[in-house]
Design a binder for this molecule. Structure first.
Ligand SMILES: C[S@@+](CC[C@H](N)C(=O)[O-])C[C@H]1O[C@@H](n2cnc3c(N)ncnc32)[C@H](O)[C@@H]1O
Length: 280
């Protein structure tokens, strides 16, 4: 019964809600995850979970399904080349092209537990300490998973998490250790960040345009048509000449012609074509 009806049913549901496709050879993963959900909901078996789903997937059941289907892998300063490129290319360009005092708006799409947004905040703080003219900035972090967003908002990390990518001087400067050996980021780096729930496949529920968008390691899980659709709407959220950065294994090749591509020491930067270039 499980392989004939239950697993394809949930695979189809996850694909329609998240765009994430479970290939049949990965059904064992789906089964493991569904068994975890059944346990959390105190449902005895996958068949009973299936029966419950047939009456409607809502509330906690829906959130658990969406949470467990996503891969939340992230770390501080993940792919350091990218942060070097932002520091050496994107920030000076922004400063050159905007009047002093302009707020740099950054969006960390698929922000997971918040390390990407916090890394950007630390990087900008350090930049501002050295710069003749500081850059005001705000960072929006969005993700589909409520569980993950709660963690991002807490800004609290385990010893293991802070050991992944975070330079020790930054750990000591920007985090405080609590009694349970967990590290909490200081207000100075969390206050410019807002975390919100947003499914990339749904209409965006925030206004304004961004100067820099990081959309890393999330498109990789989407089928081609969804990638194109998400990128089209993300591009609309980017200011002319704004910058988009994807994950190191991702590219815009065949997905969008709205960008010019440049590289900085191995990191790929996509710059939105200005109004005139786009119209040409
Ligand atoms: C692998 S993590 C990447 C985190 C971070 N961007 C990085 O590169 O380290 C992917 C994140 O995308 C989120 N995600 C997956 N599908 C999504 C969707 N349709 N809309 C919004 N977020 C999604 C997951 O919840 C997860 O936190």
């Amino acid at each position: 019964m499980q392989h004939e009806r239950v697993l394809p049913f949930f695979a189809k549901y996850i694909e329609s809600e998240l765009g994430i496709v479970y290939a049949e050879h990965n059904y064992f993963q789906l089964q493991n995850r569904l068994e975890e959900i059944a346990k959390l909901l105190s449902v005895e078996s996958l068949e009973k979970l299936f029966k419950l789903a047939e009456t409607g997937i809502t509330g906690q059941f829906k959130q658990l399904l969406l949470d467990l289907a996503t891969n939340n892998e992230t770390s501080f300063f993940r792919d350091m080349k990218v942060f070097k490129a932002i520091e050496n290319l994107v920030l000076p360009e922004f400063q050159k092209n905007h009047p002093a005092g302009t707020e740099m708006k950054i969006w960390s799409g698929a922000s997971s537990t918040g390390q990407e947004a916090l890394s950007l905040s630390m990087m900008l703080t350090e930049w501002n300490l050295k710069a003749a003219k500081p850059i005001r900035y705000s960072i929006l972090g969005t993700d589909i998973s409520e569980r993950i967003l709660l963690r991002a908002k807490s800004a609290e990390y385990s010893q293991l998490e802070v050991q992944r990518g975070l330079p020790t001087p930054y750990l000591l400067k920007y985090f405080q250790k609590n009694d349970q050996d967990r590290w909490t980021a200081q207000k100075s780096i969390t206050s410019p960040i807002e975390f919100r729930k947003q499914n990339l496949l749904s209409p965006f529920e925030f206004s304004g345009k961004f100067h820099l968008i990081l959309l890393r390691n999330v498109l990789i899980y989407q089928p081609l048509a969804n990638k194109v659709e998400i990128l089209k709407r993300v591009t609309e959220k980017l200011a002319p000449s704004g910058v988009l950065i994807l994950g190191s294994g991702e590219s815009l090749l065949g997905l969008s012609s709205d960008y010019t591509q440049s590289a900085f020491e191995g990191a790929v930067i996509y710059q939105r074509k200005g109004a005139q270039q786009t119209a040409a």
